[in-house]
Design a protein around this ligand. Structure first.
Ligand code: MF3
Ligand code: CO
Length: 253
């Protein structure tokens, strides 16, 4: 729960610019016929080109730039040679380290192709819109004097109002000198509860949700979490710095 000084914030901001560019490239690259590994490669090249390094290398046993999840998969998917298909809901999660400072972000998109626009696709668009709105609702609470629970409850309210569920077993987190720091930032909880936020704290706010029930199961690969009921998984994450009047979002393009 550290407050970052101006110098440190500047380095985190630079780390965030790299992450944002890489995430933008990734979402643009997700098209019918493209593989997860191809997207991971694009992200890797973009991060290196910008002078950053892969934060996920700091996770023991993990060697990719990204986690990529499709449809009922929710988080921590290892990139494979699976090809995206029209109508897939795809999430990309990535983190950058720049001069020792980590930033973490994720986004979800719908793969469009022939035959899009049917009712199933409209449902998926609505699902993704709710996740993005929940993210911005949560981010807006990252203000000096607020509490972690204010972020959590804002996210939960938006997700549940739309008829979806926040996953309970996976949470957002502090970020900075390492990828995962204190405090935990759940996407569910009560306003006014939890640790007090101070200007200069750096947080990875995450909306991890499903279109059905909140339960997730670990797949056989030992990494990927999928929804237990096979409903859609969505993931939106931004690294922010808590501000006096408004937060600074570091990883948005
Ligand atoms: N990005 C994930 C998070 O938001 C962490 C992924 S760790 C990995 O906390 F090893 F699975 F890549
Ligand atoms: Co994270």
């Amino acid at each position: 729960m550290k407050v970052r000084n101006v110098c440190e914030q500047d380095l985190m901001r630079k780390s965030g610019v790299i992450a944002a560019k890489a995430l933008k490239r990734a979402t643009e690259a997700i098209k019918v016929g493209v593989t997860e590994l191809e997207v991971d490669k694009i992200v890797t090249q973009e991060i290196y080109k910008q002078g950053g390094d892969l934060s996920y290398k700091s996770v023991p046993g993990y060697k990719y730039a990204t986690c990529i999840t499709v449809n009922e998969q929710v988080v921590h998917g290892i990139p494979t040679d699976r090809k995206f298909e029209s109508g897939d809901v795809v999430s990309v999660d990535l983190a950058v380290v720049y001069k020792g400072w980590h930033t973490d972000c994720a986004w979800s998109v719908l793969v469009s192709g022939q035959g899009t626009g049917d009712s199933g696709q409209l449902e998926k668009t609505k699902f993704l819109k709710a996740g993005e709105e929940a993210l911005w609702d949560g981010v807006a609470q990252a203000i000096d004097g607020n509490r972690v629970g204010d972020i959590s409850s804002a996210i939960q309210e938006r997700i549940e109002k739309n008829g979806y569920s926040v996953v309970r077993s996976l949470v957002g987190h502090g970020v900075g000198r390492s990828l995962h720091e204190d405090p935990e930032i759940p996407g569910f909880g009560e306003a006014g509860k939890g640790p007090v936020l101070k200007s200069g704290m750096s947080l990875a706010i995450e909306v991890i949700y499903t279109s059905g029930l909140p339960d997730v199961v670990l797949e056989k690969d030992g990494w990927t979490f999928s929804s237990a009921d096979k409903s859609l998984g969505g993931l939106f994450e931004m690294t922010v710095i808590v501000g006096k009047k408004e937060p600074k979002v570091l990883t948005h393009w």
